[in-house]
Design a protein around this ligand. Structure first.
Ligand code: ADP
Ligand code: MG
Length: 552
């Protein structure tokens, strides 16, 4: 047996790694299992190049729990290591073997998960000792066992091992006993490993027999090696997308539509994003998008990685180009991440536009469930605003849908004020403002419904972007200032009559110290109400705004 000391820097590094490498200790399993997956993929690459003659068709990784021995073992039938390779890859901290391998097989090894830096050493977060028992794929290799207790000293010795591959045996420490529970382990495997590209086996499939759960003679594979996002969109049907959604979120409403992302230049990004139904008050769980790197789960909190409004979406993103083992603040400033983020932004807008064009009827049907999402995007992302103007829908009081352009055409001749501003009449509540809506309709005006929580902000945004347009709630005084159609000559009250009648109505209006009601008489033609009581649009908006900021 040989003993040795791991590189000088490690003495200082070890305690840090053990405690702080990942605040989330679960991650050790992801690291060790993904190394095992890498090892099998490396062997496949070698076989495909004729550099390895053995059979690689049955690549697999097995996770075993031994409660009595207090060990978790991860075994693979991958590339294995010689004693020299252990020295190189395991002993030299921060030496990423995957990097070197990638360098050598640049073109076809891009499936290798090499982004986790100190991955292997994360096993010491939960172990008092780690053994690596490994036999290299190289012909007539001697199997070796490396063993280390978390101090820089390690031992290495020759052992018997029949098959090529590696067993990583983690002797779980006292503080980490929770990982020796079958259910806990299953839960972590499901979280991090459920879409790994090589079969991962954990125990046997269970069945019920005489009221008891017993093992069947069949391996329990915990992962799906070809999840939907890795396939070509043309190979998938609607059901497949729905099924995959269910796999991600077993409960909840069906999504409205999905976007299958598939980019390989200038960065690699795949994924499927789903649009959930979003109710008026954001009754949707944010941060349901799961981020993967080559099918390894990384995180489900994607703030700073995708634009804020996209965190309302559900689904999966997978990119080996996102640096995954770094801090969130670093991620946010990373230029790749920024590019990816703006790309997703564009894709989402493109896809919505396409759905709108391909099947407008369906788009309109889903609009009410979708609009909050789109409005949120328009308010927070300038570029998205510009793109969304193609498919943003104005719904009028009759339930008809118009694009911005169409709507402008509709009201252009009839709804301008004396300064030639186009006036968009809107209602925030079709029931409360019913009589105003009816009165406006009688005059031949069209009214749009802007009744969700974001509408006031959106109105400000519209007006800010287009200075020749004004939004006026249907019960505001400005309605009366619209240029009226000259068609029918209608009888009106005289100025004196109005002066006499006004105080009568004013007297029954509720008192409000902030802004008063305006009594306005209209023509006395056969249609419509002869008189309206309104409030100033400007004053009302001011009041609404201060109410939203704290109910003053
Ligand atoms: P990375 O995966 O980023 O290279 P790790 O610390 O996870 O970093 O692993 C270091 C190196 O150890 C790997 O690159 C690989 O060469 C080697 N290694 C780890 N686990 C295995 C394994 N199961 N089979 C073969 N080699 C392994
Ligand atoms: Mg690794």
């Amino acid at each position: 047996m040989q003993t040795g000391k791991i590189g000088v820097t490690s003495e200082n590094l070890f305690p840090i790694i053990k405690k702080f490498l990942y605040s989330d200790h679960d991650i050790f399993l992801r690291e060790i299992v993904s190394n095992a997956v890498d090892a099998t993929q490396k062997l496949r690459t070698l076989a495909s190049k004729g550099e390895y003659k053995g059979d690689v068709s049955a690549a697999r990784v097995e996770v075993k729990l031994d409660k009595d021995a207090k060990t978790i073992t991860v075994s693979d039938n991958g590339i294995g290591m010689t004693a020299e390779e252990i020295e190189k890859y395991i002993n030299q901290i921060a030496f990423s073997g995957a990097n070197e391998f990638l360098e050598k097989y640049k073109d076809d090894a891009n499936a290798i998960i090499g982004h986790f830096g100190l991955g292997f050493y994360s096993s010491f977060m939960v172990s008092e000792r780690v053994d690596v028992i490994t036999k290299s794929h190289k012909e007539s290799s001697q199997a070796v066992k490396w063993s280390c207790d978390g101090n820089p000293e390690f031992t290495i010795e020759d052992v018997e091992k029949e098959d090529v591959g590696t067993d990583i045996v983690m002797h779980i420490n006292e503080d980490s006993k929770e990982f020796l529970e079958e259910n806990k382990l299953e839960e972590i495997l499901d979280k991090y490993c459920k879409f790994l590209p090589i079969p991962v086996i954990y125990g046997k499939k269970k069945e019920w027999k005489d009221g008891q759960q017993v093992d069947r003679d069949e391996d329990n594979q915990i992962n799906e090696t070809e999840p939907a996002w890795t396939k070509m969109p043309s190979d998938l049907k609607d059901e497949d997308y729905q099924k995959f959604y269910r796999r991600l979120y077993p409960i909840g409403d069906e999504p409205l539509f999905n976007i299958h992302l598939n980019v390989d230049y200038p960065f690699t990004l795949t994924g499927i994003l789903y649009f959930p139904k979003i109710k008026n008050n954001f009754e949707v769980q944010k941060n349901k998008i799961q981020l993967y790197s080559n099918q390894v789960f990384v995180t489900d909190s994607v703030e700073g990685i995708v634009p804020e409004f996209l965190t309302l979406l559900h689904g999966v993103l997978d990119s080996p180009d996102i640096p995954l083992n770094v801090s969130r603040s670093y991620l946010q400033s990373d230029s790749n991440v920024k590019k990816i983020s703006s790309h997703i932004n564009k894709k989402v807008a493109d896809r919505l536009n396409q759905i709108f064009k391909d099947n407008r009827e369906d788009f309109e049907k889903k609009w009410d469930d979708l609009k909050i999402f789109i409005e949120y995007g328009m308010l927070t992302e300038e570029k998205f605003y510009d793109r969304a103007m193609n498919f943003f829908m104005f719904k009028n009081a009759e339930g008809k849908y118009f694009t911005y352009e169409e709507y402008e055409k509709l009201i252009k001749d009839n709804q301008t004020d004396k300064d030639k501003n186009l006036i968009y009449l809107y209602t925030t509540n079709t029931e409360e403002q019913y009589s105003f809506i009816e009165a406006a309709k009688d005059k031949g005006y069209d009214i749009i419904v802007l009744d969700d929580v974001l509408a006031p902000h959106l109105i400000n945004k519209f007006e800010q972007k287009q200075s020749d347009k004004r939004f006026v709630r249907v019960d505001s005084d400005v309605v009366e200032n619209l240029i009226k159609k000259e068609d029918s000559a209608k009888e009106e009250l005289s100025w004196e009559q109005k002066q006499d009648l006004s105080p009568v109505f004013q007297a029954v209006c509720p008192e409000d110290k902030d802004y008063s009601f305006i009594v306005d008489f209209q023509d006395l033609g056969e249609a419509g109400a002869p008189m309206v009581i309104t409030r100033s649009e400007f004053m009302r908006r001011m009041k609404d705004m201060s109410a939203a900021q704290g109910g003053m």
